[in-house]
Design a protein around this ligand. Structure first.
Ligand SMILES: Cc1ncc(COP(=O)(O)O)c(C=O)c1O
Length: 393
């Protein structure tokens, strides 16, 4: 009976979501080859992947995995604080620290775990966190877990952040500011210089989530923090699951901060370490990505070509300047309808709806990668312009 009540309650909630155009559904991917995704036997050009450099199918990375599997086996067998601390993790942490201009780095199972671990490991009940209103769910979950007081500032609005700091900072012990360098659903960039000035003035720590920037943006793809605030961001979080084409994540930080997190970051302490062969893959990915300036240039040019074409066709100016391009539709059902119609034309583009994005801002999230050719992005821009005008009429 209890089970029946439980299921009925959740079925009612799911039904409500369905009526609001918010139900999530899994689509089975049969294959992905060079940017072409096979969904139920239909081959579509994939504009939904975060495999920005196309590294997920890299042969050298696969070979590194095979070699490390021979040495280390399939799994770490324990958390790092027990017997799972393979030497290769330290090698990877050294490389990550170096590319991030930090003394140390600490690996996590994923970017989600890194954010909840770092934030809840560093701040607590008497502290506060100032976070951009559009930060990723993992950052918000980390803040909730930490029980620190949360203040959210308007997206990319450093003046609003400053007014909150002025009013609230003194009421708390420690304070942390959290932003993303390149926003995952909006494709725009945080005003990092302004934010680092504020962090110094108001005596806070700064965490910058570079999930969608590392590998693809900044000098040698080392992230946007490296452009001009490398010394001022206390912690950067990066993932290996996006431009590096693999899995796992890291926090780049100072020596003392690492020691604090080894002792206090619960997802680090209480979870099995990454499989060591994944660390071997990530080491190879970091080395390869450093040499991929021409691929980064290609992705930047393709992204610009898409932006130019859609602007020419229907006057749409999409946020940002980089490889994540949001086409804001507004209504959830309209976004789903556009997703379906693009699929019929041969494009796999995902409609992103609340709560991933704020209410009333459902959108198509277009992700440009090294697999695309100019004709792919141009034909997608034309298809969206055509449908967009019709749908918005
Ligand atoms: C900004 C941001 N941070 C963290 C994550 C989580 O990273 P991972 O996929 O490695 O868990 C994501 C994933 O979408 C993200 O967009």
């Amino acid at each position: 009976m209890v089970l029946k009540d439980f299921i009925e309650k959740h079925e009612r909630l799911l039904e409500k979501r369905k009526q609001q155009g918010l139900l999530r559904k899994l689509e089975v991917v049969r294959q992905k080859v060079k940017g072409i995704i096979d969904i139920n036997g239909r081959k579509l050009i994939d504009f939904s992947s975060n495999d920005y450099l196309g590294l997920s199918s890299n042969k050298e990375m696969a070979a590194a995995a095979v070699e490390a599997l021979e040495t280390w086996g399939c799994g770490a067998g324990a958390s790092r604080l027990m017997s799972g601390n393979a030497a290769i993790f330290h090698e990877l942490e050294g490389k990550v620290a170096e590319m991030s201009s930090k003394d140390e780095a600490l690996l996590f199972g994923s970017g989600y775990l890194a954010n909840i671990g770092v934030i809840s490991g560093l701040v607590g009940r008497k502290d506060c966190v100032f976070a951009d209103r559009l930060v990723h769910a993992s950052i918000l979950d980390g803040i909730h877990l930490s029980r620190a007081r949360l203040y959210r500032f308007r997206h990319n609005d450093a003046s609003h952040l400053e007014s909150l700091l002025k009013r609230e900072r003194k009421k708390h012990d420690n304070a942390l500011i959290v932003v993303e360098s390149l926003y995952s659903m909006d494709g725009d960039v945080a005003p990092l210089k302004r934010i680092t000035d504020l962090k110094k003035e108001y005596n806070t720590l700064l965490l910058v989530d570079e999930a969608h920037a590392v590998g693809i943006l900044g000098p040698e793809g080392r992230g946007l923090v490296q452009e001009d605030v490398a010394q001022d961001a206390d912690i950067t979080v990066g993932t290996f699951g996006k431009a590096y084409g693999s899995y796992g994540a890291y926090a780049a930080l100072g020596t003392q901060m690492k020691e604090i997190l080894v002792n206090q970051a619960r997802p680090f302490i209480f979870s099995t370490a990454l499989p060591p062969h994944v660390a071997a893959v990530n080491l190879k990915a970091v080395a390869l990505a450093a040499q991929m300036d021409s691929v980064r240039k290609k992705v930047a040019e393709l992204s610009q070509a898409f932006r130019d074409e859609i602007s020419r066709r229907c006057g749409l100016q999409c946020f940002g300047n980089h490889h994540i391009i949001p086409v804001i539709v507004g209504d959830n059902d309209k976004a789903l309808e556009m997703q379906q119609r693009l699929k019929e034309k041969g494009f796999f583009v995902k409609a992103v709806r609340p709560p991933t994005v704020p209410d009333g801002t459902a959108r198509l999230r277009i992700s440009v990668t090294a697999h695309h050719a100019p004709e792919h992005v141009i034909s997608l821009a034309r298809a969206i312009a055509e449908y967009g005008l019709e749908i918005n009429r």
